[in-house]
Each structure stands twice: as structure tokens, then as C-alpha cells.
Write a protein that binds this ligand. Sequence first.
Ligand SMILES: *Cc1c(COP(=O)(O)O)cnc(C)c1O
Length: 430
Amino acid sequence: MTDSKPDFETLAIHAGAQPDPATGARATPIYATTSFVFDDVDHAASLFNLQTTGFMYSRIMNPTVAVLEERLAALEGGRGATGCASGHSAQVLALFPLLSTGDEFVASNKLYGGSITQFGQTFKKFGWTVKFVDPDDMDAVRRAVDEKTKAVFTECLANPGGVVVDIEAMAKIAHAANCPLIVDNTLATPYLLRPMEWGADIVVHSTTKFLSGTGTTIGGAVIDSGKFDWAKAGKFPDLAGPCAAYHGLTFFETFGDLAYTMHCHAVGLRDLGPTMSPFGAWITLLGVETLALRMDRHCANAARVAEFLTGHKAVAWVNYAGLPANKYNRLAKKYLPKGAGAVFTFGLKGGYQAGIRMVEGVNMLSHLANIGDSKSLIIHPASTTHRQLTEAQQIAAGAGPDVIRLSIGLESAKDIIADLDQALNRAAGN
Ligand SMILES: *Cc1c(COP(=O)(O)O)cnc(C)c1O
């Protein structure tokens, strides 16, 4: 029997791309050009009026970036995507069509630390207010979301604590209040989890991590399902009302299920400007081609390392959702049946000083602030990323003095474990 819909592995290599029509080049070329020649004045006018889609200026759209956009939309099961300069700019772009000054959104309090700062501190300057809630407590989420809420934002597999969030329940709560659920899918990638299959409306990525996969390129993406009804509740005038910057055009009426993605390009990228470079898109495309193979290996290695750590005498606890005894294991089985990712934390019996000895004692692992690389990475958050916080704040953020975060790479599990073992023994003073 033939199934006409290509599998994930096939889409990861082919979606959005074809041999270059001008030269026959099989690999996607890097279109290193700022701008594109108009056929004539009428063509230019119709591009500027959004009556024709096409390439005009690379701040708004570029052919290399467009291949990555189409590929990520296919992998997530979305309608359209917007590539951008970083994961953080993807978060700004994702919320920009939805919120105006004075508006509110609800976000999980178990997010990447940079997102907590961006939402809680910097967005205040836009007049956007975030209400943080504990995603382990769906009643608290229900109480926080109301008719004023313009969006609900969460990670499903959350950085760094191995938290798994019940996004199906969260989507229902968001939809009951007529607002979209946005999921940051950076840690799971669409290979392990496709949030739109569980009701998410928008997915954001830091492509910096597993999608590009080799620690070379900062990038981000916003993907829209195309299914949200922006007109229904009258809450989204930027999408369902007339746009002054385009002679009163209404995005939702004109572009239907592509309205949100068109707005991200034609208003978000045009006016805020956090564009992905064609070179960054090209490197990310190389990474995406091998995503399925790499994620299987990342997960298998992480599971073996987690098991090893669980049995080590210098280790107090291991927070990996793939372990049967973990409190998120039930949700991991539901949302992440192929594996619980490769980023997790564990605790050292020796506390802060042992943490410092541990990160200084590794040989092959790299002591740095990134995740999702082919290389295995280690960090002691209390002495680095979270050092400005009080100890109480560190503990609340899952970054107490004894915590070590790992991002398990693609080396052999034997070599990763051997390096951790010698560093653990050194940290414990053996
Ligand atoms: C790294 C990261 C971000 C921010 O992405 P940048 O590409 O560094 O801007 C956002 N969310 C998660 C989960 C991340 O890991």
C-alpha cells in the first residue's frame, strides 16, 4: 500500500525545496541578496500592496529562508512559518500580532530563564503584561486565563528541569477564553513532539538548539497552524480589523489561514526587523535534514546517562522525565513516546563547591551556556546563568546550589559516561 503523505524523515530532507529553477543546483542555494528586481512598476505596486506574493527585500522574505520556513511548517504540521534572527525574537514576533499596549498574556513559570526575563521585565516597556502560572496546576492556569487574556504561552518539555506540561489541557483552557496557545517546542523539536496535534495554535523555536544542531548559528522561527479563528471573539484587531499601513486591508479576510504568517512577515519583520540571514537559514537546513537520526541518538544517550547518574554515589537525585520514577514520566509517555529529550538536571550531594569542582573537572564535556549541540555540554547554573539570584530564587527556578544541567550530545554514550564518572569522583573528593 502506498501512503501519499510523506513521512517525517522525508519531509525533513525535501519539504519546501526543489532543484534551483535557474541553475539546477540540487542543494538549496544561499540567496545572498538584499533585494529582487521588479518586472515593472505594476509588479512592484502589487508586491507593495500585498496583492502578489513574491520577493522584494530580504528583511521581509528571502528564498533561502523561505525554504526553511516551508520545511519547518511541514514538520510541525502548520500552515505557514516565519524565520527570524533568534529564539527570543521569535517570541516577540509571535506575540506582536496578538497584543497591543495594555494587553495581557498568561505564561508558564517553568520556562527557559531568558524567556522569564524577556516576558517579566522587557515586555513591560511595550505595555504587555504577563501573568506567570505554575503549569503543574491546571486549576491555577484556569483561574489565570480570562477574556482579557490574548495568548497562553508554555514549553511542553521545559528547559532546564525536565518538566513536562499537559499542553492538551492547556489548549482547552486557552480556547475556552478565545485565545491561542503558543508552545515553545525548542527542547522536543517536531521529531519528538508536534504540539499542534494536541491543540496548540502557534509553535515557536530557538533553531539555535537541536534544529541546527551543531552549536553554530543563532536563529528562531514562528509557525502557525492556520486553524485559529481570529475574528470570532473580536479580540485580535491587528489580524481581523483593517490595517492602516496597507490601505485598510484586513489580513484575516484577505489571506485566511495564512493571515497570521503574512502579518508576521509584512508587519512584524518589516517594522521590527529581526530577520534571519540566508546563511543562517542554510546552516539550519543542513541540521534539519538529519534531525530524526540525531534526536534518536540524543535521546538514547541521555537515557543511558540518566540511568548511570541514578546509580552513582555522588549524585543526590536525577530529574529526567524518561526515568520511570520521575514525576513527569506519565506525561512524557503521552507527549514524548520517542524519548524525553537530551537536556536535564541532576543534584550533587556535595552542594555548591562540588558543583564547581564538577564543571571544572570534565575533560570532553564543554562547560558553557547552550544546549542542543552535537557536543555534550555541562553547566552549574548557580555559579553562572543564575548567579544574580538569591539562593531562594535559585531553588525556585530549579537552579539551586547543588544543580548541574546537562545537554547530552552525539558522542558515544560510553565516552560521555566515562568523563562524567571521573569528574563526579573528583567533585566528591575521591
Ligand atoms: C535558547 C532558548 C530560547 C532563546 O533562543 P535564542 O535563540 O537563544 O534567542 C528560547 N526558548 C528555549 C526553550 C531555549 O532553549
